[in-house]
Structure formats: C-alpha cells, structure tokens
Design a protein around this ligand. Structure first.
Ligand code: COA
Ligand code: NAP
Length: 270
C-alpha cells in the first residue's frame, strides 16, 4: 500500500522492538533504511533482516550513544554520506527501569532524561540540516508523557518533554517543509519496554483487559502508523501527539499504569 522507493529513512534506536519493526516496515515498502543504536551486534543483526526485507537497497548502520553529542554528530554525518538526504527520521531510542522517585539517584533520573529527551534533541538537531525539504520526523513517545505512573517519574518527565519538543519543532521547522509528529504506542507485546513494566503473562493479560479494543498492541500496529504518518496521505498532519493504543488512553491506561506501578512499588524496584 505504501511505497517509499527512492526514499531514505533513518531509525535511531532501530535495532530492536518497536523501532526495528518500524525500520523493517519501511524496508518492505522499498525504502532505503539506516539504523543506529549503541550495540554493534544488534546493528549487524538488524542490517541482516533489513537486507532481506529490501534486497534492492543495502541498509546502513551506525553505532553511537544518543547521550554523546559528538558521537551523534559523527555517526549521523557518516550515515548521511552513505545515504544522502534523510527523507524520514524516526527518533525512538529510550531507556527505562522501574524505580521509586524517593529511591532513585539523581544519576538514575538523569540517565533516562539524557537518553529520551536530551538524546532526542541531539538526534533531531544533528539531522536537521540533512533532512529533505519536504521531510518527515517521527518521535516515539510513551503514555507516561500524559499518564502519571508510580515508579516512572523519570520516564514521565522525559517523554512529556519529548512530546513538547515535537510540538515546538513543528512550529519552528514546518515552515521549511518538515512535518514532525509523535507516535505514542500503547502496551506492545513482545517488547523490552512492556516486559519491564508487566513482566508476566498474567500482568500482560490484565493490561489487555484495560484496553477498549480488548488486546495489547503488536509491533505492526505501530509500524503501520509510522508508514502512514510518513506518507503523503498524512501531508497535513503536523505537530500531533498520536496515541496508537486501541483506546487505552481514554481511561484504561491510567487505571492499569497505576496498578502496575503500585505492584512494582510493593516489590521495591530493582
Ligand atoms: N533502579 C534504580 N536505579 C537504576 C536502575 C534500577 N532498576 N537501573 C539503573 N539505575 C541507575 C543506576 O544505579 C545509575 O545510577 P548511579 O550511578 O547513581 O548508581 C544510573 O541509573 C545509570 O545506570 P547504568 O546502568 O550506568 O546506565 P546505562 O547507561 O548503562 O543504561 C539504562 C541505561 C539504565 C536506562 C538501561 O536500562 C538501558 O540501557 N536501557 C535500554 C533498553 C530499555 O530500557 N528499553 C526499554 C525502552 S522503553
Ligand atoms: P527496545 O527494544 O529496548 O528499543 C530501544 C532501542 O533504543 C534499541 O534499539 C536500543 O539499542 C536503543 N537505545 C537504547 N538506549 C540508547 C542510547 N543511549 N543510545 C542509542 N540507542 C539506544 O524497546 P521498545 O520497548 O521496543 O521501545 C521502543 C520505543 O517505544 C521507546 O521509545 C519506548 O519508550 C517506546 N514505547 C514502548 C512501549 C512498549 O510497549 N514497548 C510503549 C510505549 C512506548 P541499543 O541497546 O543497541 O542501544
């Protein structure tokens, strides 16, 4: 349905989980995809899959930590040399661990702020001069951006910032032809992020009951939305924070995230 032939797509944090699913969807839609994350092993494994998804385009990878601005600039400059202008940037690197605010060190709070928020800023800023006009940026946010969750003070603060960055840059960059939106995945099966917050099948089933559609999401639910938002079908959608969550944000997210947070708090974190 979507065709990204001739388009260059960069997925930062694209070597596992939701973001890898997004990268693969773009490759299957004939895009030329580059991925970046810290682990070279994960990059190599992702490049193999992406090469199978689109045998006509050699995928590219770069290893850097989004918290290290010099490494971000060097990595993205290197990718740009191989890729050319970036038509679609997906910024999705994130870190999470459950911990109570009162028991979290300043460095623990900072590590998530630095990956999710500062890291996103550094990635977007490094890519800005290399983005096509028109170009598309998608940030991967989380429900914690607008649903307060016990044991998640760092993630709530960081992802709220990510969404405000989306809305602010839509004001600053869109006059040049760059659209920027946030996707907010609901609970997505088979991912590290969901496993960290709901670490058993029973808890995952409880979460599914709180989703109006009656199921947790799949990686493809998010990837399909990314294809749409990056396509010309979405050419007038800009500065939006879009939940892709089966209706979870209508109320169930608040109940389920409070319950999960309280359960983790009882267990004490770590
Ligand atoms: N509870 C409380 N504090 C924790 C913690 C936990 N479970 N895990 C890490 N921290 C603290 C550490 O103690 C440290 O603080 P300190 O120096 O004051 O002791 C700080 O966080 C940084 O920890 P460190 O292990 O050095 O971080 P890192 O940079 O190697 O890794 C993380 C970053 C902690 C976010 C790690 O979980 C990660 O790399 N995550 C990526 C994958 C992921 O989270 N996926 C889900 C995405 S939603
Ligand atoms: P994941 O598999 O752990 O993906 C995280 C990605 O970011 C990996 O590629 C990881 O690779 C990379 N990364 C982490 N820290 C990095 C750093 N400092 N620098 C560069 N890259 C880094 O997690 P996921 O659950 O699929 O989550 C993906 C995104 O969706 C995140 O933004 C998350 O907040 C969001 N989300 C997830 C859910 C869910 O249900 N899973 C729900 C809502 C929102 P390396 O380890 O190689 O660095």
């Amino acid at each position: 349905m979507f065709d990204f032939n001739g388009k260059n797509i960069l997925v930062v944090g694209g070597t596992s989980g939701i973001n890898l699913g997004i990268a693969r969807a773009f490759a299957r839609a004939r895009g030329r995809v580059a991925v970046a994350s810290r682990s070279q092993d994960k990059i190599d494994a992702a490049l193999k899959l992406l090469g199978e998804d689109n045998p006509n385009a050699i995928p590219l990878g770069a290893s850097f930590d989004v918290r290290d601005n010099e490494a971000v600039l060097a990595g993205i400059t290197g990718l740009h040399q191989g890729l050319g202008s970036i038509d679609v940037l997906i910024s999705g690197a994130a870190g999470n661990f459950p911990a109570p605010a009162a028991g979290m060190s300043a460095n623990g709070f900072k590590s998530v702020m630095d990956i999710d928020l500062l890291g996103s800023f550094q990635v977007l800023k490094a890519c800005y001069p290399l983005l096509s006009r028109p170009g598309v940026v998608l940030q991967i946010s989380a429900p914690q951006a607008y649903v307060p969750m016990p044991m998640q003070a760092h993630v709530c603060a960081a992802k709220a910032g990510v969404d405000m960055l989306t809305r602010t840059l839509a004001m600053e960059w869109s006059p040049e032809g760059i659209r920027i939106n946030s996707i907010v995945p609901g609970p997505i099966e088979g991912t590290e992020g969901f496993d960290r917050l709901a670490p058993s099948d029973a808890l995952k089933a409880r979460v599914a009951q709180s989703v109006p559609l009656g199921r947790n999401g799949q990686v493809t639910d998010i990837a399909n939305c990314a294809l749409f938002l990056a396509s010309d079908y979405a050419s007038y959608i800009n500065g939006v924070v879009l939940p892709v969550d089966g209706g979870w944000s209508l109320g169930g997210a608040s109940m389920a995230m409070t319950e999960l947070g309280q359960l983790m708090a009882k267990q004490g974190g770590r």
